[in-house]
Design a protein around this ligand. Structure first.
Ligand SMILES: Nc1ncnc2c1ncn2[C@@H]1O[C@H](COP(=O)(O)OP(=O)(O)OP(=O)(O)O)[C@@H](O)[C@H]1O
Length: 229
């Protein structure tokens, strides 16, 4: 099943195009890694897919099945200092389902508990988010994104600032979620580690155009990896 399809998609800000002519798709069970050097437009594309900014032009079809995208943005300093419990941060991922209802219902609470268990942070549920390590904080934000996701999880630099062990654990956790059937779209600078897991690569070139989209096997034969800098 196709979850997402971009054709001749142009993304950017205030009608100014940052990346031209994107053509790629994400199917059920895929793990897409978006590569490109600094400023290539990776985060801009992620924000467009997540519905945070409008596309400039072209086609971006998102299957109704994934109308709710779980999005883990690049972590800011403000987020790192968030004065709430782990449980409160995680369940805030269910907020889009609240509508006018002022309290979380049983199903939403169960979703939060399930996703804390899935990401290995259940024991930390009453701890204050800002007192956790960087790796634990990222797991909390991942559990939060899972609460708002229905089949597609988007991660922008999920191992940024983590030590090598925490980064490896995070990659393995994400790969495990993918094996459970969650489709992943990830941006990472840490190319060597990041490339162990994805099924597909979208490489944005320096000319603000798509350099490559296809399977990881085909990508490895292109030599484009050396163009990253
Ligand atoms: N809110 C904004 N308004 C206008 N231009 C922006 C905005 N945010 C980013 N840009 C510009 O869009 C371009 C692409 O930025 P983007 O953050 O998408 O790149 P990136 O590939 O994610 O970079 P990095 O790897 O450094 O995170 C940059 O030239 C940037 O200055």
């Amino acid at each position: 099943m196709s979850l997402l399809k971009a054709s001749k998609l142009n993304v950017g800000y205030d009608k100014k195009v940052i990346v031209h002519d994107l053509d790629f798709c994400v199917n059920e069970g895929d793990y897409l890694c978006i590569l490109g050097s600094n400023g290539a437009g990776k985060s801009t594309l992620m924000k467009t897919i997540a519905g945070l900014i409008p596309k400039v032009s072209g086609q971006l079809d998102i299957n109704n099945f994934v109308k709710r995208v779980g999005y883990l943005p690049q972590q800011s300093i403000v987020q790192k200092d968030f004065p709430a419990s782990v449980y409160e941060v995680v369940i805030s991922g269910c907020i889009s389902g609240l509508g006018l209802r002022p309290f979380f219902n049983k199903k939403e609470k169960e979703t939060a508990y399930m996703n804390m268990k899935r990401t290995g942070i259940y024991e930390l549920k009453n701890k204050c988010y800002r007192n956790l390590s960087g790796g634990q904080q990222q797991r909390v934000l991942l559990a939060r994104a899972l609460c708002s996701a229905s089949g597609l999880l988007m991660l922008d630099e999920p191992v940024n600032g983590l030590d090598p062990k925490a980064a490896k654990d995070m990659y393995e956790l994400i790969a495990g979620l993918n094996k459970e059937g969650v489709a992943i779209i990830m941006v990472s600078h840490d190319v060597k580690s990041a490339l162990q897991y994805p099924s597909h690569i979208l490489h944005l070139g320096k000319e603000h155009k798509q350099l490559f989209f296809g399977s990881i096997k085909d990508y490895e034969n292109t030599g484009y990896l050396e163009k990253l800098g």
